[in-house]
Design a protein around this ligand. Structure first.
Ligand code: GDP
Length: 317
């Protein structure tokens, strides 16, 4: 496995994009990023930034053919399920059609230069919707239940189509992955930032939706590591990337309060129907056996440690 010389990353302003850029720059990779006008600048100095909109297919194609990367990581997305309900068309364009256009651009680049192009699509556990059984793996039926999952499912299916056209295309089926860089719209960061605010006297209580929802929460830099391993593996496959251990929102709340020494948190947490989703997968847990076996990948941070790191970062902020 030799490090690539040039990578092209979309979604650089997000949690995963920032960790990926840092990782690739550390390795000496030349990192190019496509960022739209409103996207925050990458934290990692040294990224070659190209301003543009992923849905402007022809501009992006011309740019990609010009940059001629060895590796392409498509992390750009309308990243929250909640937002996808209010903006389904935008979600379809960004999470679905734009990913497909990028796959086509990657194939055109490969055909033009004759060198292998590695394409990694950030797919999502949401493509499985309300799965009949847990954990899920790469053969679990794709049956999304929200606009986010449906758009990601389309892109995921097209990865397989392009793999059959000899593109090294990977669908990394990422389960929830968190870090102190997670925006507060996600339940984990909402919990840890509010627990820190309660401890510091800046908030009185924490208001949530469904406390019984279960997710398989992992450490974001571990998931970025899986993306890089999959890009550089000998063969292209889809991979479930997950810890294999599910926890409820209630357990996350409990772990966050325990971190600050509060065990009796019942009176500090209320629920509000405003935060309950119209349709919500109740148990998403992934089986990452294939990633372990073929990529040598394994998560390095367990649940309590993950929650603890996020709470500590919010206390320091
Ligand atoms: P998602 O899995 O990508 O939708 O990630 P989120 O962190 O937004 O939500 C994870 C789970 O937490 C979902 O099942 C939500 O229904 C549940 N949840 C419960 N209360 C809240 C809340 O106040 N905010 C959010 N974002 N999710 C909540």
């Amino acid at each position: 496995m030799t490090a690539a010389t040039r990578a092209f990353v979309t979604g650089i302003g997000g949690q995963d994009g920032s960790y990926l850029a840092e990782r690739l720059l550390d390795e000496g990779v030349e990192v190019h990023a496509l960022a739209h006008a409103a996207e925050p600048l990458p934290r990692a100095p040294g990224v070659v930034l190209h301003r543009g909109d992923l849905t402007h297919v022809h501009e992006v194609r011309a740019l990609l053919l010009d940059v001629a990367p060895d590796e392409i990581y498509n992390l750009a997305a309308v990243s929250s399920v909640a937002r996808s309900w209010s903006e389904p068309e935008l979600t379809a364009q960004v999470n679905g059609a734009a990913a497909v256009a990028l796959l086509e651009s990657a194939l055109q680049l490969q055909e033009k230069t004759g060198k292998s192009v590695r394409f990694v699509q950030a797919s999502s556990a949401e493509i499985f919707g309300e799965p009949a059984s847990s954990p899920q793996d790469e053969s679990t039926p794709i049956r999304p239940v929200n606009p986010y999952g449906a758009a990601k499912a389309y892109a995921h299916l097209m990865v397989d189509v392009y793999r059959h056209r000899d593109l090294h295309a990977v669908g990394a089926i990422l389960y929830n992955h968190e870090s102190p860089r997670r925006p507060a719209g996600f339940v984990t960061r909402k919990i840890t930032s509010t627990v820190a605010a309660i401890v510091q006297g800046r908030a009185a209580s924490l208001t949530l939706g469904n406390l019984d929802a279960r997710r398989d929460w992992g450490w974001a830099p571990d998931y970025v590591d899986a993306l890089v391993r999959a890009a550089r593996a000998e063969h292209a496959h889809d991979y479930v990337v997950a810890t294999g251990v599910g926890h409820s929102v209630r357990e996350f709340v409990d772990a966050a309060f325990r971190r600050v020494g509060i065990t009796d948190w019942g009176s500090l947490v209320t629920t509000d129907p405003e935060f309950v989703r119209p349709v919500d997968p109740t148990d998403l847990t992934g089986d990452a056996t294939r990633a372990r076996e073929l990529l040598g990948w394994a998560p390095t941070v367990g649940f309590d440690e993950l929650v603890g790191r996020m709470v500590d970062a919010d206390l320091d902020r």
